[in-house]
Design a binder for this molecule. Sequence first.
Ligand SMILES: NC(=O)c1ccc[n+]([C@@H]2O[C@H](COP(=O)([O-])OP(=O)(O)OC[C@H]3O[C@@H](n4cnc5c(N)ncnc54)[C@H](O)[C@@H]3O)[C@@H](O)[C@H]2O)c1
Ligand SMILES: O=c1ccn([C@@H]2O[C@H](COP(=O)(O)OP(=O)(O)O[C@H]3O[C@H](CO)[C@@H](O)[C@H](O)[C@H]3O)[C@@H](O)[C@H]2O)c(=O)[nH]1
Length: 447
Amino acid sequence: MKICCIGAGYVGGPTMAMIAQKCPDIEVAVVDLNEARIAAWNSDALPVYEPGLQELVEQRRDKNLFFSTEVKKHIKAADVIFISVGTPTKSYGIGAGQAAELGYVEGCARMIAEVCEGPKIVIEKSTVPVRTAELIKSVFEGYEKGHLFEILSNPEFLAEGTAVSDLENPDRVLIGGDSTETGQKAVQTVVDIYNRWVPRENIITTNVWSSELSKLVANAFLAQRVSSINAISAVCEASGADVDEVANAIGKDSRIGPKFLKSSVGFGGSCFQKDILNLVYLCEHFGLRDVAEYWRQVIKINDYQRKRFTQKVIHSLYNTLQGKRVAVLGFAFKKDTNDTRESAAIYICRDLLEEGADIVVYDPQVPAEEIKALTSDKVQIASSAEEACDGAHAALVLTEWDAFKELDYSAIYQSMVKPAHIFDGRNILDLDALETIGFKAYGIGKA
Ligand SMILES: NC(=O)c1ccc[n+]([C@@H]2O[C@H](COP(=O)([O-])OP(=O)(O)OC[C@H]3O[C@@H](n4cnc5c(N)ncnc54)[C@H](O)[C@@H]3O)[C@@H](O)[C@H]2O)c1
Ligand SMILES: O=c1ccn([C@@H]2O[C@H](COP(=O)(O)OP(=O)(O)O[C@H]3O[C@H](CO)[C@@H](O)[C@H](O)[C@H]3O)[C@@H](O)[C@H]2O)c(=O)[nH]1
């Protein structure tokens, strides 16, 4: 069997590397139009940073895992084609700011229809609005090749920073297909691939629409939990309760559960906001305005949480940041990734720059040019947390990198302007210990 995955991004690369690892008899080609990205996948400096990914790729690369820009050649040769291209929020025209941009998915469908001559299984790996399979089918029918293709939905649930372990040990794999005989045969083919390492009871099969919708709903529920605990963090600050104590107390209830209750500067990443906006747009399209409004609130609270954090920094620094050095520790949207898409740090830095702050950023994985491109050329980049904090009025922890827990905060305090302020936007530091050193220390949801 030959697999081709179109899109060598955060999903396509790691997902296909895992399939290649678990199925050494299957030839897996990951193709992309972006030459630099493919060159990076073929080098020692992969375009995606994930713990364990370099080793995984090196084990299978050029054996049964290939990264290539020869998109058409590999599509033509494959039995199974995954579409794993971006589906960002549309920025123009009808649905701007909400609907998913499906141009890349349509582009893939057209390319598949153009080059394929025999039957193929085409799989939506990208996160798409419900009923996108219909769009793909319609493109195929336009080429009079509709009969050649079975279209399945197999959304990806990996989280960045833990992609390799999520792929190795997924909570579930979801495969949606038509109830026709050929549809069910295609579903079985894909079940058999995952079943090499995922127990059959963890592989769920549904119809295509349920599978497409479940992906959006999973992200909406996860983001909703973060917004819920972040909303409560404001109540904690006003009332003297501690958000980590509240999260622990409610999380012990097995009906609520302990995960995804970490209060923060707000969720980031390429998926949560985009997928909720997509759900909101779908609801409005179906005339379900109240439902749309319900989910929109999850994003509103996230915006509120970021603004609340920035305002706390400004107020604590005597309402002026003009000429004050502010150290930003962490720029990625979460730890253990180099991804900055929709990172809360982008918005916080931009707001602090508006206030006239001199910002110095340190992140262990994000390239300097990227930080500057997302904020301003005026932003300085430090090569260590200590260097960023040297001479600063305030330090802001915006990503929960483990290394930030181990810093020598006494030495850092000595190097900062007094009174030295520290704002822990991830609740990873011991605020009492920092206060003992002499810092004015603030957390999220802490009185
Ligand atoms: N990032 C995640 O953690 C994650 C997790 C689950 C699902 N998803 C979903 O998976 C999809 C991909 O996300 P990503 O983060 O990997 O995106 P990405 O932007 O990192 O990668 C997409 C790649 O597709 C390539 N591409 C676009 N059109 C192409 C074409 N016609 N031919 C060949 N290559 C083409 C682009 O050059 C790009 O390299 C999205 O729908 C996203 O919502 C992402
Ligand atoms: O208790 C929590 C958990 C997460 N976050 C933040 O929420 C964002 C998203 O985190 P996470 O979900 O761990 O990472 P993603 O890579 O965005 O993964 C989400 O989005 C992917 C893309 O759709 C899905 O595949 C995953 O299942 C889903 O978890 C990050 O900014 C986190 O810092 C919190 O603030 N508090």
